[in-house]
Every structure is written in structure tokens, then in C-alpha cells.
Design a protein around this ligand. Structure first.
Ligand code: IVH
Length: 653
């Protein structure tokens, strides 16, 4: 029993360090070993089992029904405000009674929870329910690793907060569900709510839920005077309090905070649907009081809706540059976040089937950031029986050749398919590629159809047809002159634009830049082998393979482009140093004037790579004091050894 208690202590401390302090002191392997030992002791002695044992987080407890619980103090909801005028009005009303400071918090999009601790141990978790009566979800709450089973003081306390699912866990969950042909969940909030309303706690345990604590219902019990102090108090007890909370002096500070998070919310790893504004001082809160539903001392600013309902009128298929055939929803046009939306991507067949989308359905549409609008979910209760089942096509809608299925998508693999060729031409002139202004998608398509453009080299031959082009309807001398001069200008682009424009599979604009920076010109890149390429930081096997294959079959095209004097060198700022470009370094021993990390960064900045072990592929081994076995391996393999000072000399050149 002593050993069991000891392990529980160790593991609970490790959890706290991991989830609260973000600074674990034991490794994952050590954690697992303790866990196994604990499971063994507990299964031999079930009578010793403690409620705060971390084995309880694994789930497995199954309840037969949700017990009702009555909240000691009602769990209120918040009033809403939607714009600056309403926020100022909220402030004016408060200022009539008190002189407030405000605490600004993110409004986490999850479900609220009340957690009860007795003598420092978690004894109950409950949903809000209708605010007065909630449901006992203790078995599921125990599985949430960011909720402490034991807190740092043996006190009785209730805290409240929000259970949520991170965007990453949500996406993983839906990916898994799609693979198993299960219905997809609409958003992280529904996913989190669905997880805690399960009788079998294994499900919640598998869902990777999290929790932020933001409310202390009885602060006076602990002598706490302000909300901001309460947050600190709860954090010190071991709860996770959101790190982006700010105390501000006045409403201007609130507005600044709102501005900041309106632009940054997409970067957060979890979803928020607004900002909560709370009067900081508890005495002031008391003075301001409550309505029947809301506290008067707080409100929630809600972000403009990201979702609207509309009718899905049809599903049309488009063929992209890679040949991928994508189903698209044709929508009854609706306004959303300042633009009118009439199309949304449906990604692929599996996506449509997993969401049970039918033609004629009412669907909710969502637009996040700059991305293409998506169908979130079908409103099944709005169906009337006239909806039509979705059927995937099996032939290219453009060239009719049979489609080939790869992973979840269908591809047209006919390299003569007109649409694929047109899309490649459009891509070549696009903003992040060669950026030839004046070539709208329609012009490229028209020129292709008229036979002026067959492949990307033809852009540079258009000037031969100048007179003919000027005769075309809709084009004047001026526009053709502009177009031709923009084409000429594009010859001076830096290499990465060309690389991206060529449309090499898996080479996006970021990868194109990495390749350009590392290889400096196209000839170096053409000569690079698969083994060379995968040594480059951020170039993986898939990209390396694709690059090699591309240049194996497209040498002719590159030669033709060269004839037109198109620049094929990297013109950006370059630190790349011939001694380092594409070279692999291994570091061993202690360096005295530079840390390992600094050395690594420097090598990478100069175009080299750092590897953790010595092999035939290693070019240099940098040897500090007390080197390890890497030094001996390097000697055995005859790899060039650099002392620290030789290395420093090399980087300073
Ligand atoms: S405070 C008496 N703070 O939003 C004050 N609520 O629309 C109680 N929520 O029911 C709530 N993040 O589920 C508060 N930082 C935050 C919040 C938050 C999300 C939720 C909570 C509440 C709902 C009100």
C-alpha cells in the first residue's frame, strides 16, 4: 500500500508538471512504467483503490444513468453584446454604479462544468444543465488530464470552467470517424459535449478533452477580493487557467483586447466564439448584482457568425491542376462575413458520405479565415423527402477518361486532359508563382482554346503573335502590350517562383523557396539525388521523390525555358555558404564558445543540415570536449573532423 501511495504521488505530480507547468520532470517511458506498476498493485488489491489514482483517468467506469445534482449556487449564463456601441453601453451602465477595472478573457467554445473538491480531492464534476440542476459527469471528468484529481491544498472548494476539445483532437477524431464510415461531428463544441454525455467513460478518455478554469463561486471563503486574484489562486492550486487573460483599466483596454483576439483567434489551438468581460472587484460585482439569468457585472462580446444556413442546390465536379476531381456544393447564395457565397468545397466522396449530404439539403456553411467555405453539417430535420442521393462520378467530367482512386480522392490521369493543362497554365502565372499580371483565368483558358498556349513555354512565344492577338475581341494594343511586357518581366523572377510555377507535385511555395535557397540554381537542383534532397531540412521522402521524378521527365521543358533566357537562379537574400550547402554535420562533445543549439542554427542558416548520428552520409563531425562514440565512428568511417576552432573559422568565412 505504501508503494501504491508513493506511485500515485509521483504520477499526480508528473501530471501537474506536464499539464499545468508545461515542464515535465519524468520521461513518458518512466511515466508508463509507474503506471503499469500501479495498475498491477491495484488489480491485486482492488480494496485499496483510491479515487485520485491516475489509473482512474484511463476510463472504464460505466454508469447506468446520469444522476441529477443541484448546484449550490446557480450556474448563470452571460448576456451578449455584438458591437462597439453595445460594449460601451455595458460600460456606461456599470460606471453609473462603480469605478471598474475589467478582466478580459477568451470565451472558450465548449461546455461549462462545475468541479467540486473535498479536502483537496476531486469528488464531483457536473454539467450546467439548466443552471439550477445539472448532471453528474464525475466518471468522465476524471479522464480529463488537465483537470487535477488532487489539488495543491487539502481544502474544500468548487471551481467552474469550460471543457473543450482542441482543434487538433477534433480533426483527428473526425479523420478516424471518416475512415470508419461514421458520421462526422459538426464542431469541437459538439464533440466535447457529446463526449462528456456518455455513460461509458472510455469514450471520454479516448477523446483528449481539456479544461480551462475561469470562475470561483465562493471567493470570500478564501479571503479573495478580485477575480484576477481568484484566477491566480486557482492556478496555484493546480488548475489550468487560460494564459491569455488580461486585466485592463477601462473600456478602451477591453476594445484593444477584442481587436487583438479578433485577428488572432484562428491561431489559437482551440475555438473561441467571443470575449468575456468581467468586472474585477468582487465588492463591485456584488453591488451590480444579477438579473434572473445573467450577472450584470459581466458580458460576452460575440464574434460575428462564421456559419449560416442555406440550400445546397446541386453538386458539381471540378478537375484541379493535379487531376483531382472534387465535388463542390452549388449553394443558394448567402452573405457571410462580408461576402456572398455560392459555392463550397465538399473535398471528396468520403466527406460527402460521412456528412450524409444530399442534393436539396439545408446545410450550414462556414468560412474560417481565408479558406474556401465548407459545409459544416446537414440540417436533417429540414428534409422533405425530395432530396437526391449523392453519386460519385467515375469518369472525368472534361475528357471522360476513367478516374483512378488514390486514398480518398479520384484523379483524372490523362495528361492530355484539357482542364488539367489549363489549370497548370493558370498556376504558372499565378501570384505566388511567376506572377504575370493581366492573365486572368479566363484569358488563359481562351488562349489555350485558341491554340496560343499549349504549355508554359508558349507564354514566352506569344510575342510572335502580337498582331493577331491585338485583333482579338476585347483586347486592344495597350492590353496586349501590357501583357507581353509583364511576360518579359517575369523572366527575371527568382528561382523559387519558377519552381513553384512548374507545378511539381508536393512542392508548394514554401518548399520551392527551401529548394531554391539550398541549391541556388536549377542545374544544382536537377543534379541533386534523392539522398541529397532528403538531407535538406524540411524536405521529406515524398517531396524528394517527386522532385527527382519531375526532373527525370521534364528536362526538355527546362531546356526550352532556358532558351528564352528565363532566370533560373535564386536571387533572394542568401547566407548559403558553399562549404555548408547540402552538407551534413554531426556535433559531439561540449563546445565552449557556442551552444549546440546555436551551432545547429548556424549550420542550417548557412544551408547545411545537422544529424544526430554518424553515417557514410555525414560530411563533417564537429568535436568538442569529451566527445562520445560519434567521434570514434567518424574516425572509423574516415569522415572529416573539425575542432571547435576550425568549425568557428568555417562559419565565419
Ligand atoms: S464566465 C457568472 N468565462 O460561455 C459567469 N464563461 O455564454 C459565468 N464561457 O456558460 C461564466 N468561456 O460556458 C465565463 N472565460 C469564460 C468563458 C465562459 C466560455 C462559456 C460558459 C458560459 C457561456 C456563456
Amino acid at each position: 500500500m505504501d508503494r501504491m501511495n508513493e506511485i500515485i504521488e509521483i504520477l499526480n505530480k508528473a501530471n501537474y508538471e506536464y499539464y499545468v507547468l508545461d515542464n515535465p520532470s519524468i520521461t513518458d517511458q518512466e511515466y508508463d512504467r509507474y503506471m503499469q506498476e500501479l495498475i498491477k498493485i491495484e488489480s491485486n488489491h482492488p480494496e485499496w483503490s483510491r479515487d485520485d489514482s491516475p489509473t482512474k483517468r484511463v476510463g472504464g467506469e460505466v454508469i447506468s444513468e446520469f444522476k441529477k445534482i443541484v448546484h449550490e449556487k446557480p450556474m448563470l449564463s452571460l448576456s451578449n453584446v455584438f458591437n462597439e456601441d453595445e460594449i460601451r453601453l455595458f460600460d456606461e451602465r456599470i460606471k453609473k454604479e462603480v469605478k471598474p477595472n475589467y478582466v478580459c478573457e477568451l470565451k472558450i467554445d465548449g461546455l461549462s462544468v462545475s468541479l467540486l473538491y473535498k479536502k483537496g480531492k476531486l469528488v464531483r464534476g457536473a454539467t450546467r444543465g439548466d443552471g439550477v440542476t445539472g448532471e453528474d459527469i464525475t466518471h468522465n471528468v476524471r479522464t480529463i488530464k488537465s483537470i487535477p484529481l488532487v489539488i495543491n491544498k487539502p481544502i474544500d472548494i468548487e471551481v467552474r470552467g469550460e471543457i473543450y476539445m482542441s482543434k487538433k483532437s477534433f480533426n483527428n477524431l473526425n479523420k478516424k470517424r471518416a475512415m470508419n464510415n461514421e458520421e462526422l461531428l459538426a464542431n469541437p463544441r459538439n464533440a466535447a459535449a457529446g463526449s462528456v454525455r456518455q455513460l461509458d467513460s472510455k469514450i471520454a478518455a479516448s477523446r483528449n478533452l481539456d479544461c480551462f478554469i475561469y470562475h470561483l463561486p465562493n471567493p470570500s471563503d478564501y479571503g479573495i477580493k478580485t477575480h484576477y486574484e481568484a484566477l491566480k489562486f486557482m492556478k496555484d492550486l493546480g488548475f489550468i487557467v487560460n494564459p491569455n487573460i488580461e486585466l485592463v483599466d477601462n473600456i478602451e483596454g477591453v476594445l484593444k483586447y477584442i481587436d487583438k483576439w479578433t485577428s488572432n483567434r484562428e491561431k489559437l489551438p482551440y475555438e473561441i466564439d467571443g470575449i468575456v468581460i468581467k468586472t474585477n472587484d468582487f465588492k463591485q460585482q456584488e453591488l451590480l448584482g444579477f438579473t434572473s439569468k445573467y450577472p450584470k457585472w459581466a458580458t460576452a462580446y460575440k464574434f460575428p457568425a462564421l456559419e449560416v444556413l442555406t440550400k445546397l442546390k446541386d453538386i458539381k465536379f471540378t478537375v484541379g491542376r493535379t487531376g483531382q476531381v472534387t465535388p463542390n456544393a452549388v449553394l443558394e447564395p448567402v452573405r457571410l462575413m462580408g461576402s456572398v457565397i455560392s459555392r463550397a468545397t465538399l473535398h471528396n466522396e468520403d466527406y460527402v458520405l460521412a456528412k450524409h449530404i444530399k442534393i436539396g439539403d439545408v446545410v450550414s456553411i462556414r468560412k474560417a479565415g481565408d479558406v474556401i467555405p465548407e459545409v459544416v453539417e446537414v440540417k436533417k430535420d429540414r428534409r422533405n423527402g425530395t432530396e437526391i442521393e449523392f453519386k460519385m462520378i467515375h469518369n472525368c467530367p472534361i475528357c471522360n477518361s476513367e478516374l483512378v482512386k488514390k486514398d480518398s480522392s479520384y484523379y483524372c490521369i490523362n495528361d492530355k486532359c484539357d482542364k488539367i493543362k489549363i489549370e497548370n497554365l493558370i498556376h504558372f502565372v499565378s501570384r505566388d508563382a511567376m506572377y504575370i499580371e493581366g492573365f486572368g483565368d479566363n484569358i488563359v483558358e481562351d488562349f489555350y482554346n485558341m491554340g496560343y498556349l499549349k504549355n508554359v513555354v508558349d507564354f514566352y512565344e506569344l510575342k510572335q503573335y502580337k498582331e493577331e492577338l491585338m485583333e482579338l475581341e476585347g483586347f486592344g494594343n495597350k492590353s496586349i502590350n501590357n501583357l507581353l511586357s509583364n511576360i518579359e518581366k517575369s523572366k527575371n523572377n527568382s528561382l523559387e517562383r519558377l519552381l513553384f510555377g512548374l507545378g511539381i507535385r508536393y512542392v508548394g511555395s514554401k518548399t520551392a523557396k527551401i529548394l531554391a535557397k539550398n541549391y541556388l540554381n536549377i542545374d544544382n537542383l536537377i543534379q541533386a539525388s534523392y539522398d541529397d534532397l532528403i538531407k535538406v531540412k524540411d524536405i521529406g521522402e515524398v517531396i524528394a521523390k517527386s522532385v527527382v521524378e519531375y526532373f527525370q521527365s521534364n528536362r526538355q521543358l527546362i531546356e526550352e525555358l532556358k532558351k528564352h533566357n528565363i532566370n533560373m537562379s535564386y536571387l533572394g537574400k542568401t547566407n548559403v555558404n558553399e562549404n555548408f550547402a547540402g552538407k551534413t554535420f554531426v556535433l559531439t562533445g561540449t563546445l565552449s564558445s557556442i551552444t549546440r543549439n546555436e551551432a545547429k542554427e548556424k549550420i542550417e542558416e548557412l544551408g547545411g543540415n545537422v544529424s544526430g548520428s554518424v553515417s557514410k552520409k555525414t560530411d563533417y563531425v564537429v568535436v568538442g570536449e569529451n566527445p562520445g562514440s560519434k567521434y570514434e565512428n567518424a574516425l572509423k568511417l574516415g569522415i572529416e573532423i573539425l575542432t571547435e576552432s576550425e568549425f568557428l573559422l568555417k562559419i565565419s568565412k
